[in-house]
Design a binder for this molecule. Structure first.
Ligand code: C5P
Length: 414
């Protein structure tokens, strides 16, 4: 999802039945974190109320060019300078005519005349009015003036006619606004590999050693990475979770399978590797071929375990290597332990979690983490895990960008 954070949109609404769709557009713009200032023509206020738009935009709606109180807050020229985009939806035939003529007889046309920001209009009118030579002439003039004409669409009209003149749907206008103003997502063009979930280490054909990892953290990060524009491969142990949209999933069982999958993916171009999996540190030295039977009178069973490969440390030794992120669940000395993990595994960033606190972490909806890198540390505020995943991906993207250097230099680490 491409956000419109800190983008200022002056939403102009003119008189037409499609004005009700401007409510939806206003809401969606706010969902994408845009700032929206609504300006309505007097005719627009006959179709929908300024109060509705005030509630949706979170700001008083402007309707009058000559309102001293409103002008004292933000004058019409200030308003025109404030906007990053003037979006007029719906744009009536009358408004297009006045804009083409350069009149400044209401607040909206005045703002359009006074702005340096791009102006986009979404025409909405009866098909005969759209086809009329005067409207054709006005649209041609507006196109030459650099006004963006978005639509109209064609189809059945409120007046009962069929043909061109339907305002584009809010979703389509939103996409065009995002394409025009949206900041490219932080991980656009990056490839990210994430390990998640537990591993299972077989003892015999029916038994295994494993742990309680749910995989939720890794899956939330994969979703956030895809949302941030990355191409994501999620290597996961056995979990009961659905694959986030746009993510390529590789299912594995054992730690050695997980390592093989990670090495295979990392033989191609990988920019960021994030190890979230709760990998079993040890596995049975050998898995019995047949089910282990309890002998009569047997008191106990000795298991011989051998160490599993450390996946994140193994990938960190590759040349060239991705930007490496490991997770650390600690019960004491959070930062010192995370820092020693940073060195031991030769990773670039450790996301450390204090699992001794019962109000956060395991089983709770909220989490607090500290990011530890060679440059310093940062504790992120307590927040829901999905929001944290987004913030973490933003931070990981920033750290990865900051350490970006010619491949030969980056991989010359001991
Ligand atoms: O060594 P420890 O288990 O405390 O480190 C945790 C971090 O190392 C996690 O990022 C985990 O995914 C990763 N790890 C790994 N392979 C292992 C053990 C841990 O990738 N065998």
């Amino acid at each position: 999802m491409q956000l419109l954070q800190r983008k200022r949109i002056l939403l102009g609404i003119t008189g037409g039945i499609a004005a009700y769709k401007a409510c939806e557009l206003c809401r969606r713009l706010r969902d994408l974190e845009a700032e929206v200032q609504v300006v309505m023509t007097p005719a627009a206020t006959r179709f929908i109320t300024p109060l509705t738009l005030q509630a949706l935009s979170g700001r008083p709606v402007r309707t009058d060019l000559l309102d001293p109180a409103a002008e004292a807050a933000m004058g019409h020229i200030e308003l025109a300078r404030w906007a990053d985009l003037i979006m007029v939806a719906p744009a009536s035939a009358d408004f297009l005519a006045r804009l083409a003529a350069g009149t400044a007889d209401d607040l909206l046309t005045t703002a359009c005349l006074a702005t340096d920001a791009p102006i986009a209009v979404a025409p909405a009118m009866n098909q005969a009015m759209w086809r009329s030579p005067a409207t054709r002439r006005n649209c041609a003039t507006l196109a030459v003036d650099g006004v963006l004409l978005w639509g109209p669409g064609s189809g059945s009209q409120a007046c009962g006619d069929e043909g061109p003149g339907r305002m584009l749907e809010p979703q389509e206008l939103l996409q065009r606004i995002q394409a025009l103003l949206g900041t490219p997502p932080i991980l656009a063009g990056r490839s990210v590999v994430i390990t998640a979930g537990p591993t299972r280490e077989p003892l015999d054909p029916v038994r295994y050693l494993s742990n309680h990892s749910s995989g939720k953290q890794g899956f939330a990060l994969a979703a956030a990475a895809a949302e941030a524009g990355a191409e994501v491969t999620l290597i996961t142990g056995p979990v009961e979770l659905t694959t986030p949209p746009g993510v390529t999933r590789v299912d594995v069982t054992t730690a050695r399978d997980m390592l093989a999958a990670a090495e295979s993916v990392c033989s191609g171009q990988v920019d960021i590797f994030i190890a979230v999996a709760a990998v079993a540190d040890f596995r049975p030295a050998s898995a019995a071929e047949q089910k282990i039977k309890k002998a009569a009178g047997q008191q106990g069973l000795e298991l011989s375990l051998v160490e599993n490969p450390d996946i994140v440390a193994t990938i960190a030794r590759r040349q060239p290597r991705p930007f490496m992120v490991a997770f650390a669940a600690e019960t004491e000395n959070l930062e010192a332990n995370a820092r020693s993990k940073l060195e031991r595994k030769q990773v670039d960033l450790v996301v450390a979690n204090d699992v001794s606190r019962s109000d956060i972490g395991f089983g709770s909806d909220d989490n607090v983490v500290t990011l530890v890198s060679r440059e310093g540390s940062e504790t992120l505020p307590s927040m829901p895990k999905t929001a944290l995943a987004r913030l973490l991906m933003e931070r990981i993207g920033r750290h990865a960008k900051a350490t970006e250097m010619p491949a030969t230099k980056r991989h010359a680490k001991p």
